[in-house]
Design a protein around this ligand. Structure first.
Ligand code: CTP
Length: 421
């Protein structure tokens, strides 16, 4: 392994270990040599043979293998790499790293290395949320260990939340960034390779005064998931997001804004783009004149100032504005329609009013559980008619929408991506 960029990949034991195979393939597409250490529990999920076939190298497993030590000592193993990557990084291995344990080849090499380490955690959401894991992660980050993911989504154990390992393309992006390298476009870079996508997500916050604002209940889950799905299909992605509780997806530009006016400016800045998906719940109004000082209940004379009258003024409509641009109008503009009644009719009218190409109508009535929830029931409306999808997880809606977008550009030739784990 000389003359090339080299990654030493530790594959620990978790259901996400199977994604290590795709990760190796994608790293090799970037001309990165990969050598693997497979932990004992990792070997329950993937075989040394498949790792070895993809890396075209030996796979290391046992600390006290005399043959391995004779060929390549465990210290040399990490010295020989430019970067160490742990994917999946289990709660157990993360704890070992934080504590400095060295009782197998993986933990020993991670302790002995003088190279940067990038970890892609994968575990059950409760294990991830546990204060012990969070403390271990904080310790590792303080020591300079880089983190990619985990993502939010359905887990193999049937629960939902953070803990799903970052997708291989996200890990590759993090590897390239750790190595200070630009991604190399690949022949197999996905059906949207060479396309650019702009996504709005989350709520906007419209300041009333320095401490108060107008907002809404959008979580940003759907918009973030769409950004991830489009990026996963190879699009160069820009996510413009209002304030959310979500982690920034990796492998794309993420621009944080607060108000609708800032969101519009960020979107205009991100043009030109081939695809625009407006999934943000933009506040329709802001206060006409924002106060620079906190609005007080009592005046300086101590007299009750009464209830303030807030005059509202309309915010710019970002979807309509992108749809109605001239030369730099994105080739495909997709909006969302959040409706509480008469969903399809209202959304069809909204599509015409805003002049977007497709509108994804979703029922956001309180009983639907869409706002803040994990699932979404949508109808995609375009010039041809209405395509109603069954209720599904927001990340599955995102994946299906991204594939529909890829089909639009490729004339229906996009092969469906494997279902996310
Ligand atoms: N949208 C936008 N800018 C706004 C308002 C909405 O870009 N100022 C976009 C949303 O991101 C979404 C679509 O417009 O893609 C429709 O949003 P929605 O809230 O359903 O509709 P409104 O335009 O706000 O209309 P109404 O509240 O009357 O249903």
């Amino acid at each position: 392994m000389t003359g090339e960029t080299r990654v030493l990949l530790v594959v620990a034991g978790g259901i996400a270990a199977y994604k290590a195979l795709e990760l190796i393939r994608r790293l090799r597409e970037q001309s990165i040599r990969v050598r693997c250490i497979l932990t004992r529990s990792g070997a329950e999920f993937v075989t040394p043979l498949s790792l070895s076939a993809l890396t075209e190298d030996k796979v290391y497993g046992e600390l006290f293998s005399l043959t391995d030590e004779a060929e390549m000592g465990h210290i040399q193993l990490s010295r020989d790499a430019d970067l160490m990557v742990v994917a999946p990084a289990t709660a157990d291995l993360i704890a070992k790293m934080a504590q400095g344990h060295a009782d197998d080849l993986a933990s020993t090499t991670l302790l002995a290395t003088d190279k940067e380490i990038l970890i892609a955690p994968a575990m059950n959401v409760r294990m991830w949320d546990h204060p012990a894991t969070q403390a271990n992660i904080a310790t590792l980050q303080e020591r300079g260990v880089a983190l990619v993911g985990p993502n939010e989504g359905d887990m193999a154990c049937g629960e939902f939340g953070y803990g799903r390992m970052a997708e291989p393309h996200e890990i590759v992006a993090a590897v390239l960034s750790a190595l200070g390298r630009e991604p190399r476009s690949t022949a197999g870079g996905g059906p949207l390779a060479g396309r650019s996508a702009l996504i709005t997500s989350g709520p906007t916050h419209e300041a009333i005064d320095p401490v108060r604002y107008i907002a809404n209940r959008s979580s940003g889950k759907q918009g973030h998931a769409i950004a991830r799905a489009l990026s996963g299909l190879g699009a160069k992605t820009t996510l413009v997001t209002g304030p959310t509780q979500l982690q920034d997806p990796s492998g794309m530009d993420v621009i944080h804004i607060e108000s609708a006016q800032q969101m519009l400016a960020a979107c205009e800045n991100a043009l030109p783009a081939d695809i625009a998906v407006c999934a943000a719940a933009v506040a329709d109004w802001r206060v006409a004149s924002q106060s620079n000082r906190k609005i007080k209940k009592t005046g300086s004379d101590g007299i009750d100032s009464g209830v303030p009258k807030l005059e509202l003024t309309p915010n710019p409509d970002i979807l309509a504005s992108l749809s109605q641009r001239g030369n730099d109008r994105p080739g495909l503009v997709v909006g969302f329609a959040a409706e509480t009644e008469d969903v399809i009719r209202q959304a069809t009218q909204k599509r015409a009013r805003k002049a977007c190409d497709w509108i994804v109508a979703n029922d956001v009535s309180p009983e639907s559980g869409t706002f803040g929830g994990a699932d979404n029931t949508v109808h995609v409306i375009d010039a041809q008619g209405v395509d109603s999808w069954a209720r599904m997880d927001k990340s599955d809606v995102a994946q299906r929408l991204a594939e529909r977008i890829a089909d639009h550009f490729n004339g229906g030739l996009t092969a469906p991506a494997p279902a996310p784990l």
